[in-house]
Design a protein around this ligand. Structure first.
Ligand code: FES
Ligand code: FES
Length: 207
């Protein structure tokens, strides 16, 4: 699927996948401005955190987690270690594959492309926050029922994108809307047709 952001629901923050893509274009145009500001910043003296760890409180899956992080660490790194939420997967680590997809304030975001310090004050949801083996989310159930995974490495990201589509469109979810929601997710095993079937089935069950 092409690498573009879901049309389902407008992002509210600057950390979402759509904001990331818009930001990539804007960054090129802003480069000259940043370069011209560098001199002024050097004169005013550096205002940086780190390089050592700084205390951060992250709200993850409804719980506040206090954790010391280095300012350079991504949210993905901090979620997986030390918070031990290994659902979001590190694959490309550069905002192209979608395996690390989480929600920030209810909108899909690439955890590999958000700094942990930026995420403080935002509601973070990982695939672990959707359901668990004893009480699966309807999208997780549908992925099992429709055999929507093979190696499974991309699956948490697809589940987060599909669950967002189901949440956004409900029973009216269409094939095109699922494709659009998953446009930022890649699957090397080619599970796309079953992912679409699973998302549509989940939506019919009431999301
Ligand atoms: S690991 Fe984040 S988009 Fe690929
Ligand atoms: S199931 Fe293997 S990469 Fe998607």
């Amino acid at each position: 699927m092409a690498d573009k952001q879901s049309e389902g629901g407008p992002p509210r923050g600057g950390l979402t996948r759509r904001a990331l893509f818009k930001g990539a274009g804007a960054a090129a145009a802003a480069g000259a401005v940043f370069r011209s500001l560098e001199g002024a910043a050097e004169e005013a003296g550096p205002r940086s955190q780190g390089p050592g760890k700084v205390p951060v409180t992250l709200k993850v899956n409804g719980a506040e987690r206090k954790v010391p992080v280095e300012p350079r660490e991504t949210l993905l790194e901090v979620l997986r270690l030390p918070l031990e939420l290994t659902g979001p997967k590190p694959v490309c680590d550069r905002g192209t594959c979608g395996a690390c997809t989480i929600w920030v304030d209810g909108e899909p975001a690439y955890a590999c492309s958000v700094l942990a310090v930026e995420a403080a004050g935002h509601e973070i949801t990982t695939v672990e926050g959707l359901g668990n083996p004893d009480a699966l989310h309807v999208v997780q159930e549908a992925f099992v029922a429709h055999d929507a995974l093979q190696c499974g490495f991309c699956t948490p990201g697809f589940v987060m994108s599909c669950a967002h589509a189901v949440k956004t469109h409900g029973k009216d979810l269409t094939d095109a809307q699922v494709r659009d929601a998953c446009a930022g997710n890649l699957c090397r095993c080619g599970t796309y047709p079953h992912v679409i079937k699973a998302a549509l089935a989940a939506a019919k069950k009431g999301g």
